[in-house]
Design a protein around this ligand. Structure first.
Ligand code: PLP
Length: 463
């Protein structure tokens, strides 16, 4: 039984102390016994100097080292199998390694691995994407969601001839300099981590109507505003806000960019909102459209996309055109996997989205049941299949961050290990991303693990 609760400060600044205090917990004990090869693999990596955000990006009690993954399951290097709630951060919407994708990849392998040339599979995948996002007249592929947003901002600056871009607090757009920015308490924009360029050409706005005044005031310098139409950090649809944003940007010739890297093709076949929301000028995609392989895409109005296409005159290009570069852009294997996944998704959209929706509903329902019936301090914020579970006594009407005084970050952090001991993989502080493989049998096991893990947190005084 823990004596005093850990503060966020203790968690973030003194992970060693956390380890010492947590090492006696049953679930850590159990995992240490069940994952000896995983632990050895972590030590080996450290000794060699092998680092990766998923392993070393934050203090982790026991990082996951994956062996293989199939369907709804991920196995560690010890051979333990877990229901995976991460699913390649949501790229594998059909589950891990679905036959429709792996068969397509096998068939493509003999034709070459990367061309640095156009090819028909790229045409087919972009054609399919533009069919689904029918307001867009063209697009480029990149290699990640980060590249997709980077390309969008470049195209917007070139089109408008304006230097600034604006993003919102609490939104994530990847890891290039323009978007590694955050809003300081005084409203100014500062870099969100060491090692980045000073974000002199980025404004970080509050995610509410106060932003509209800033956009109006700075419009003459502002190329675009980028926004997640549904924020992963706080899933909810705010149609008035999005329509207001569309109005104020359109009035001032500022482009609107929807970052759909996470939400695209997740709730329906196409952009997150379909006809529910306004039409942006550019949109970015990634994850699902790559079928599990690295990809990003920037699509948009033809005249904006044209800013990355040669005019046919080299000297004019040097002045009027930006360049969308990258050795692997439009890679044949990524396009092959993406095309296979999206074609399957298009043909089976009713059943796939129904399964994913039902999985999210059960997961959220189980947590709500534990809150309502057993009185656990659990909060759930949900939009369609995007579910944000939190521990704490705060409500979910307003955005709350991890340092909210009524939020229990240590319980959220440790939940990963209680879930894992109960057979479910969900990385620290992350929210689940469900797939078509998360059927009722899988979700029965997940719900049981949720109940067991929450009871474990309570038993050990963490919740
Ligand atoms: C909304 C959004 N934009 C951009 C990115 C960056 O994508 P990637 O990790 O592929 O670079 C992510 C990744 O999670 C995302 O959720």
């Amino acid at each position: 039984m823990m004596t005093a609760p850990f503060t966020t400060r203790a968690l973030l600044l003194e992970p060693g102390a956390l380890h010492r205090r947590l090492s006696h917990l049953d679930c850590i004990d159990e995992l240490t016994r069940r994952q000896p090869k995983t632990l050895a693999a972590v030590v080996h990596r450290v000794q060699l100097g092998v680092h990766n955000h998923y392993v070393d990006g934050m203090p982790r009690v026991l990082p996951m080292i994956a062996g293989r993954a199939r369907g709804a399951y991920l196995a560690d290097v010890d051979g333990n199998t877990f229901v995976d709630l991460d699913n390649g951060r949501g790229a594998n919407i059909l589950g891990h390694a679905p036959a429709v994708v792996t068969d397509a990849l096998r068939a493509a392998l003999d034709d070459g691995l990367s061309f640095a040339a156009g090819h028909e599979t790229e045409t087919a995948l972009m054609g399919l994407l533009l069919d689904a996002v029918d307001w867009a007249g063209g697009g480029f592929f990149g290699n990640s969601g980060t590249e997709a947003t980077m390309h969008a901002l470049k195209l917007a600056r070139t089109y408008t001839g304006r230097p600034l871009v604006a993003m919102f607090d609490q939104c994530y757009h990847g890891h290039h300099n323009d978007v590694l920015a955050t809003r300081a308490p005084d409203g100014s924009t500062v870099g969100s981590m060491p090692g980045t360029a000073r974000p002199a050409s980025t404004l970080v706005l509050p995610y509410d109507r106060r932003a509209f005044e800033v956009i109006e005031a700075r419009a003459r310098e502002l190329a675009c505003v980028i926004v997640e139409p549904i924020r992963s950090s706080w899933p909810q649809l705010d149609r008035d806000f999005l329509f207001g944003l569309r109005e104020v940007t359109a009035q001032h010739g500022v482009l609107l960019v929807f970052d759909e890297v996470l939400t695209g093709f997740r709730f329906r076949f196409g952009g997150a909102l379909g006809t529910l929301g306004p039409t942006p000028d550019l949109a970015t995609f990634g994850k699902i459209i790559g079928g599990g392989l690295p990809i990003g895409a920037t699509v948009g109005r033809a005249e904006v996309i044209e800013m990355g296409v040669s005019t046919g005159e080299h000297l004019r290009d040097m002045q009027d055109r930006t360049r969308i570069l990258g050795t692997f852009c439009g890679n044949i294997l990524s396009c092959t996997a993406g095309l296979a996944q999206l074609r399957y998704l298009r043909e089976h959209q009713d059943s796939v989205y129904a399964t994913i929706h039902a999985a999210a509903e059960r997961f959220a329902g189980e947590l709500q049941r534990l809150r309502d019936e057993a009185g656990f301090p659990i909060a759930v914020r949900r939009y369609e299949s995007l579910v944000r579970p939190m521990f704490g006594t705060m409500g979910t009407d307003e955005f709350v961050d991890l340092v909210h005084p009524q939020r229990y970050p240590v319980a959220e952090y440790m939940w990963t290990y209680y879930l894992r001991a109960a057979g479910v993989h969900l990385p620290e502080f992350l929210y689940p991303l469900f797939t078509a493989a998360h059927d009722t049998v899988v979700m029965d096991a997940v719900c049981e693990a949720v109940t067991r893990s929450v009871a474990g947190l309570r038993r050990d005084g963490l919740l």
